[in-house]
Design a binder for this molecule. Structure first.
Ligand code: ADP
Length: 548
């Protein structure tokens, strides 16, 4: 017997309608690319998204057509999120930090009909001019006053002109909630990027789950700033969740340095923010150097890469609670969040920190399975390593226009490629990416664990651990560091540091100091490039060791 409840589809347009109806005066504040601060309300956002939807319809776009965006976190990008998906088109957010060839590949592979881009991406557009000339339109997200002139792209359209004459009323269509709403490509550190095609249903369920207290704990009393870009897994779902709960939304634009972020947080009374560790490192160091504190910030989410415990402590000292979270492009992204359980409240602070530094416990909606080498679930002892598999309504079931299904198992799970431990309370800790774990004589060494220890040393600005081939052990860890200005750190310092904290066989064999560590387009340490960067040093060390 079927239930007798209304079968209302879960659609992205319903979020906008709710925000406009019940949080009409709540503000959206944007640091614009043009330089000024822009502010308006959810009522304004709703009207302009409808104008945009009318303009898109006039361009002749059909349901399912892809609309590309190359844009920072700002109000026009938000209008595209709602105007495009709301009208049944697919909002394809492109990561401008990818290599130009990859951007070209992605636009082609996605089959984008139209591209909307911020002013700052003119050089990328000009480099891809020939390819872009095949699109229906390339729209620059600015007003007539700031429109650039380009000989290579003579037909650029202006966003404000495009929507100016349109009606601010558009009847959002009602369709199947499984319809595609957004498209986002993984950063593809190996091979070409792969497209993950979100649906209206997955987007809404994920935004619900995200807002819960032990996830990101969002409410109408919050002022939320997603530092994570809207071109990276939909800014972790915050542009949807913020409207769903009716929070004030502050969008930082292109300026993500410590000074700019601190000023924005203080001026706008930001209570909650989210981003990757590299951005937070910049903010913390700038605040320390300038003796600054926070007056409104209460909570901060760290994800995308492992949150070093020392970073959590530094924020705690500034009165900010840190929530560590895990996710992937393929998982919408959030699947794990580290919130303490009642039995943990009485633990000593250092034990609490150990739990808060784990990636966390599964959000309801995503199922996790951790398999050992034998394909059987591993013990929940917080020690054994296993491969993390996930499934659920906001996990990708396949890649867009791509036959590669090697990460999907026959019985319906997605293999995340992450190696993890799970403890008795269900806290999962990422030990490594499968390809980054250091396999030394039958033991697996976690590069993340060693990086976290190194990161806590005052002389070290950023640390990476990579494997080097070793005749006897198969692989051995190497510590690669960028030092703080004027600091020194020797191999003996490294041995002393690790001797106190890890077993002898986990201590890195070599220390290599570099000027800067390379990162991926999504701010993660780029291990392939780091291996290349240090190859010469390793060769030199190998010769020296032979001479000795
Ligand atoms: P990419 O395209 O680079 O894979 P994703 O954002 O999808 O971009 O990357 C997902 C991966 O990032 C995860 O599989 C995991 O290895 C890593 N990751 C995400 N969050 C965390 C975290 N909190 N701690 C450690 N690793 C993380």
């Amino acid at each position: 017997m079927l239930g007798m409840m209304m079968n209302t589809p879960l659609l992205v347009s319903s979020i906008l309608r709710h925000a406009a109806n019940y949080h009409a005066d709540r503000e959206v504040v944007s640091q614009t690319v043009e330089g000024h601060i822009h502010r308006y309300t959810y009522a304004d956002l709703s009207k302009r998204s409808q104008k945009l939807a009318n303009a898109l319809q006039k361009m002749g776009l059909q349901q399912g057509d892809r609309v590309g965006t190359l844009a920072w976190n700002g109000y026009r990008h938000l209008e595209l999120y709602y105007g495009v998906s709301g009208s049944g088109l697919v909002c394809h957010t492109i990561n401008p930090r990818l290599f130009q060839d990859q951007i070209g590949y992605i636009i082609e592979h996605a089959g984008d009909s139209v591209l909307f881009a911020d002013l700052s991406f003119m050089p990328i557009l000009e480099a891809l001019a020939e390819q872009l000339s095949k699109l229906k339109a390339v729209v620059i997200m600015t007003d007539e006053e700031h429109m650039p002139k380009s000989d290579l792209l003579p037909n650029l359209k202006c966003y404000e002109t495009l929507i100016a004459a349109e009606s601010d009323h558009f009847d959002w269509p009602v369709f199947d909630e499984n319809t595609a709403s957004g498209l986002c490509y993984t950063s593809g550190t190996t091979g070409n990027p792969k497209g993950v095609l979100y649906s209206h249903r997955s987007t809404i369920l994920h935004a619900f789950a995200l807002s819960l207290p032990d996830a990101l704990c969002l409410s109408a009393s919050d002022t939320i700033t997603p530092i994570v870009p809207m071109f990276h897994v939909n800014a972790w779902g915050l542009p949807y969740a913020a409207l769903m709960v009716g929070a004030k939304l502050v969008l930082p634009g292109p300026k993500l340095d410590g000074a700019s972020l601190h000023t924005l947080f203080e001026n706008e009374g930001v209570t909650m923010t989210a981003g990757v560790p590299t951005v937070w490192l910049g903010l913390l160091d700038w605040m320390q150097a300038n003796g600054k504190t926070f007056s409104s910030l209460q909570r901060l989410v760290i994800g995308g890469s492992s949150a070093p415990p020392v970073m959590i402590t530094r924020f705690q000292k500034l009165g900010v609670k840190v929530r560590h979270a895990w996710g992937m492009t393929e998982t919408s992204p959030v699947g794990l969040a580290a919130a303490l359980l009642p039995q943990h409240e009485s633990l000593p602070e250092n034990e609490k920190l150990k739990l808060l530094a784990k990636q966390g416990r599964p959000l309801f909606g995503v199922e996790f399975r951790v398999d050992g080498d034998d394909g059987q679930p591993i013990a929940r002892d917080g020690k054994m390593f296993g491969a993390m598999m996930v499934r659920g309504p906001w996990i990708a079931s396949a890649y867009f226009n791509n036959q590669d299904s090697s990460a999907h198992t026959k019985d319906g799970w997605f293999n995340t490629g992450d190696v993890v431990t799970i403890d008795k309370d269900g806290f999962i800790q990422i030990v490594d990416r499968t390809k980054d774990v250091v396999k030394s004589g039958g033991e697996w060494i976690s590069s993340i664990e060693l990086e976290n220890i190194a990161q806590a040393h005052p002389a070290i600005k950023e640390a990476a651990v990579v494997a080097k081939p070793d005749e006897r052990w198969g692989e051995r860890p190497v510590l690669v560091v960028q030092l703080q200005d004027d600091a020194t750190f020797t191999k003996q310092d490294m041995i002393d540091l690790f001797t106190e904290q890890v077993s002898k066989w986990s201590i890195p064999d070599e220390l290599i100091v570099v000027d800067e560590l390379p990162h991926t387009a999504t701010g993660k340490l780029l291990k392939t490039a780091i291996r290349k960067l240090i190859q010469e040093d390793l060769d030199k060390l190998a010769t020296q060791n032979k001479v000795v």
